[in-house]
Design a protein around this ligand. Sequence first.
Ligand code: SF4
Length: 319
Amino acid sequence: MTIRIDEEKVFRLIEERHPRAIIVNAPGGLQAQTRALTEKIREKYGVSCLLVGDSCFGICDTVDEEVEKLDADMALHIGHNAAVSMVGDYTYLIDATDDVSFDGVIEKAIPQLRSMKCERIGLVTFSQHLHELEPARMKFQAAGFQVFLGKRNNLLLDSQVFGCDFSTAYPIRDEVDAFCFLGESEFHAVGLALSAILSVYKAMDAKVFGVITGLKEGQKMPGRTNWIVKRLEMHGRRVVQLAMRDITPERLAPLRDVDAFIQTACPRISIDGFTFDRPVLSIPQADALVRLLEGREIGEFLQRPKWIELTVGLIPRRN
Ligand code: SF4
């Protein structure tokens, strides 16, 4: 498996914009390739190129604000391909593609889908495998399946999903018998749903809530935070308001007087991220908690096209 960063686009941008200094960030799995790219940029153009070492999990993790802080001219955010070419004022998205082939797994999936009488399938995938959608579609169609792709929108490309945004797949969910996900992640849908529901019920007993606003660029939701804080206080809970860039068990450990947390950053932190010693609810779970506190049914709170509304400043893709 080889990951290829779109270096041609990087070189083209540098030649067009003549930056003096560039800030770069990338997910953990692309750090080595990204570091090699920063060295190439320095050698080829003599441009200062600074790789940000903080965590980077998604398109919400851009470093646009660092450009001004560090007196640079532009930022490159590697590996979260999307339907936009820029976010914020300075940040260009640079695609990375993975050359893994899905031919083998599709061949294994075909008899299984047939045995489950699935004739209409929807395809979904993450950024790095978008180029595999068309070969996969052709392979499934050649085997007699009717194949549906999700329609692109202002953030996602055709059939693309993020961990918090399924808005391309959601509209076709009733047209298909099954979704096939092209990627390496494992979705334990039932287990995730059960643990998410359990955390909501556990949080019902909490007297003191820590409500955490995420500090990552694409996740800042003070409006949602305030809405949740007001609802909790209306129902007699004490609230401690916090802001954090990385929400981990270690960071929450010293806050011993807090019985449960609600975080308005990445929903996957709560649902399949870490093992916390107290409930840490995401926005959909907080909505479910508010429903319960108001004496209503918990509802299908995970069944929504987006688990959060990413606040990245979107500029449409031109290439
Ligand atoms: S908020 Fe969404 S885009 Fe950001 S890391 Fe979480 S799942 Fe990924």
